[in-house]
Ligand binder design. Structure first.
Ligand SMILES: Cc1cc2nc3c(=O)[nH]c(=O)nc-3n(C[C@H](O)[C@H](O)[C@H](O)COP(=O)(O)O)c2cc1C
Length: 208
């Protein structure tokens, strides 16, 4: 069974961000793709302290939802990350979670499909999206597009549902992600494997 992890980075479990994520999720479900929701909650989430321990162990020294998520990653074909827009960026707690999750992931996101969605009252959603998409593009993930940038507008779930274009953008995103997940499966059946990345990674830190 194909499966997508939906990460809700809002402190509101069933708020605006959830409303957007749920629309993507419902569309994935209509295509027979399962979804799991991960709600990060309202408690403080530790930021990355750059200790480097995850380089050796593959897990984070702060043993919380980051490590639980790392262990579950192999079950997922794709990830959708949702965030409310805070001062034109993603929620700080979500960034703290994602910094540690991606830094410790050591290649475990490679070749999965990815999308970010944002909810804002008025402005700043594309800047927040840019930040979230950068986790994906540095991790050899395949970013899924929609018919417009992936944002909804509203301060309450009811307002978000009135953003008819935003909700349609979410459904189109789900449709595209489902198609790509199935296309990858079909490609594998026809002998087209995931990219192999045979080259050893070069890391020059801008020193010649
Ligand atoms: C600290 C804070 C900062 C915010 N900054 C912005 C902002 O820059 N732009 C905006 O349009 N809305 C901003 N908002 C409003 C939320 O992004 C918006 O209400 C969002 O839809 C809430 O989603 P949620 O119900 O999932 O938490 C901010 C809200 C908070 C609490």
């Amino acid at each position: 069974m194909k499966k997508v992890l939906m990460i809700n980075g809002s402190p509101h479990q069933f708020g605006c961000t959830y409303t957007a994520l749920k629309e993507v999720s419902d569309k994935l479900n209509t295509h027979g793709i399962e979804t799991d929701f991960l709600y990060l909650g309202k408690d403080a989430i530790h930021g990355c302290t750059a200790c480097g321990s995850c380089y050796k162990t593959g897990s984070c020294v702060f043993d919380d939802k980051v490590n639980e998520t790392l262990e579950s990653l192999e079950n997922y074909d794709g990830v959708v990350i949702g965030s409310p827009v805070y001062y034109a960026g993603p929620n700080g707690s979500l960034c703290a979670f994602l910094d540690r999750l991606f830094y410790a992931s050591r290649g475990r996101f490679a070749n999965k499909f990815a999308a970010a969605v944002t909810s804002c009252r008025r402005m700043g959603n594309t800047a927040a999206l840019d930040r979230l998409n950068k986790y994906f593009s540095i991790s050899k993930m395949h970013i899924v597009g929609s018919q417009y940038w992936n944002g909804v507008h509203g301060n309450t779930p009811e307002e978000v549902k009135q953003d008819l274009e935003g909700m349609q953008i979410m459904r189109t995103l789900g449709e595209n992600m489902a198609w790509l997940i199935k296309s990858k499966e079909a490609a594998q059946h026809h002998g087209v494997p995931d990219p192999m990345y045979a080259e050893k990674r070069v890391g020059t830190n801008f020193i010649r």
